[in-house]
Design a binder for this molecule. Structure first.
Ligand code: GRF
Length: 199
């Protein structure tokens, strides 16, 4: 199966997915990376691995729909089966959704529906929550609102800072995302006992 990763930032999840493919744990072909931020570190990771990186700026297009038309035709010509959002800081619009609904997944650093949107880790700390975690979900037109596939809890210690909590959440993300992608791609579903896990 062919996957396209969409990312805007450092790409540590992109790297974890790539490493899992290279270890043979994730049986997928990463056809390409789509990035909406020129200079994002994730594009260097793709170049290093020889994965084609396509950088598109929404402001170079007359509308977001035109931007997504261009991306959709790229995905179609590469026969992409699944779109994997990994720190893509943009809502998916109707143009892409129409073609790929049910075949777009996202990872978010909280236990949705708690703390959606930007800075989920800062939001969890500000709320003095004892737990946060990671959610992998299908994407719909809302912000972090689509059907939940799996969640993993991460304990917040009183001494946690944004950096330390982010590190814990990343450990969880980097393990969980490749595992769940493998289940989705090979079985089309996720095992029941994978659906909520806590550490
Ligand atoms: C991750 O925390 C992910 O959950 C969120 O954006 C972050 C991306 O980090 N959607 P990275 O670019 O993969 O390091």
């Amino acid at each position: 199966k062919n996957i396209a990763v969409f990312a805007s930032g450092s790409g540590s999840n992109f790297q974890a997915i790539l490493d899992a493919v290279q270890r043979g744990e994730l049986e997928a072909n990463i056809s390409l990376l789509v990035c909406d931020k020129p200079g994002a570190y994730v594009t260097e990771r793709a170049n290093e691995a020889g994965i084609p990186a396509f950088v598109y700026c929404v402001k170079d297009y007359p509308s977001k729909a035109d931007y997504e038309v261009e991306i959709t035709s790229l995905l179609k010509s590469n026969k992409v089966d699944l779109i994997v959002l990994a720190g893509y800081m943009r809502l998916i619009g109707p143009t892409l959704l129409k073609e790929y609904e049910g075949r777009i997944v996202n990872i978010h650093p909280s236990l949705l529906p708690a703390f959606p949107g930007k800075d989920a880790i800062g939001q969890a700390l500000a709320a003095k929550a004892n737990w946060s975690g990671v959610t992998i979900h299908f994407v719909d037109e809302g912000m972090d609102t689509g059907p939940i596939i799996v969640q993993e809890r991460v304990r917040i210690a009183t001494e946690d800072t944004k950096e330390s909590l982010q590190r814990k959440i990343q450990v969880s993300e980097h393990k969980l995302y490749p595992e769940i992608l493998q289940m989705l791609l090979t079985r089309g579903e996720v095992e029941q006992d994978e659906k909520t896990r806590a550490y």
